[in-house]
Write a protein that binds this ligand. Structure first.
Ligand code: HMG
Ligand code: MG
Length: 304
């Protein structure tokens, strides 16, 4: 049953991260043909932004070492955006050589995760990103910036909001068009999310330039998303079937499952353009390829 709630947007853009954030954390290497079919099925279910892979060092993320091959195998639909992760100029060269028009750089609010994920301090990683964003923009590319560990860090514990705001504003100052707030280990709660979005607005980064990226480790991702929507955010990252995690943050589990998000938004009468049943079928298909059930409650419920 559809019952709206005041203070929510009419439409939400879902930024699907299953093929990248989801598959980067699978122990098994998924064959390229299956990845390409996954991307095509996601587009067929109505997703219009699909983060497809990463141009990172293949030794750091072997699961995505087939980035070039995958992009060659995906039939690109002109109505769909296919952003990829790019950490440095080498990654940008690879993205440009493969006809990519949207990239995402990925920074960290904490020093420990910056070192573990990028082999750089926070300062050094910002210096690594600066020429990437300059060159990408000169080539007409759209650039997203991620900030990870915005609600807590497995090594450093609580992360002060001012620290997140400081890194986030510097990422935006590099020239990013959108900033995605990553609760990489899923520890945040709705009050914290609301306070962070308000602090960013006070620092000049309004909710119209934000996206939220919640992992569901503590079951808070959907509640945190609702808080973000009420605070004016309209772009939400999610992963089909709840695949995902980060290989450099062991306590991270899957992202907010896209199906759980669409179920909530359908019930609220908020448009997404996604066909929930087709999407859940896709996640069941991928779960069968991976040999374990999807952790998404909605995928499980729709299968019964
Ligand atoms: P490094 O070892 O410091 O690299 O790694 P380097 O700059 O010293 O270069 C060493 C070698 O790597 C050189 O080759 C380079 O050419 C090569 P050699 O001369 O030794 O033969 N190299 C590359 N090769 C291919 N593609 C590249 C590339 N760059 C250098 N792009 C580096 C630094 C950034 C490369 C490494 O740390 C890395 O690849 N990290 C990626 C880690 C990652 O992908 N993590 C997961 C994504 S982040 C995430 O999941 C969080 C998110 O979801 C948000 C959230 O949840 O919070 C986004
Ligand atoms: Mg993530």
């Amino acid at each position: 049953m559809r019952v709206p709630l005041d203070g929510l947007p009419e439409r939400v853009t879902i930024y699907e991260v299953g093929p990248r954030d989801g598959l980067q954390n699978e122990k098994a290497i998924v064959p390229v043909a299956d990845k390409a079919e996954f991307v095509a099925r996601l587009a067929g279910a109505g997703l219009r932004t699909i983060e497809t892979t990463s141009f990172v060092h293949p030794r750091w993320v072997p699961q995505l070492a087939d980035a070039e091959e995958l992009l060659g195998a995906v039939t690109r639909d002109p109505a769909v955006r296919y952003p990829v992760l790019v950490p440095n100029e080498h990654g940008l060269d690879r993205a440009l050589a493969n006809g990519i028009t949207e990239i995402a750089i990925f920074g960290s609010a904490t020093e420990t995760f910056a070192r573990r994920n990028l082999n750089r301090t926070v300062e050094e990683s910002l210096a690594m990103f600066a020429p990437v964003v300059d060159r990408a923009r000169a080539e007409g590319l759209w650039v997203r910036g991620y900030v990870s560990m915005v609600c807590g860090d497995p090594w450093e514990g609580d992360v002060p909001i001012e620290q997140v705001v400081s890194v986030a504003t510097r990422m935006m100052d590099l020239g990013c068009s959108e900033l995605s707030l990553g609760d990489t280990i899923g520890v945040g709660t709705p009050g914290q999310v609301t306070a962070l979005i308000e602090a960013l607005a006070a620092a000049g980064v309004g909710a119209d330039r934000l996206a939220v990226h919640f992992h569901d480790t503590y079951g808070q991702a959907l509640a945190n998303t609702l808080a973000a929507l009420r605070a004016g955010v309209t772009v939400v990252d999610a992963s089909a079937g709840g695949l995902g995690g980060c290989p450099y943050a062991e306590s991270a589990t899957g992202n907010l499952p896209t199906e759980d998000l669409v179920w909530m938004l359908d019930g609220l009468g908020v448009e997404t353009g996604v066909d929930l049943r087709r999407l859940a079928e896709t996640s069941r298909w991928m779960a069968a390829r991976l040999g374990r059930p999807s952790p998404s409650r909605v995928v499980q419920a729709l299968a019964e």
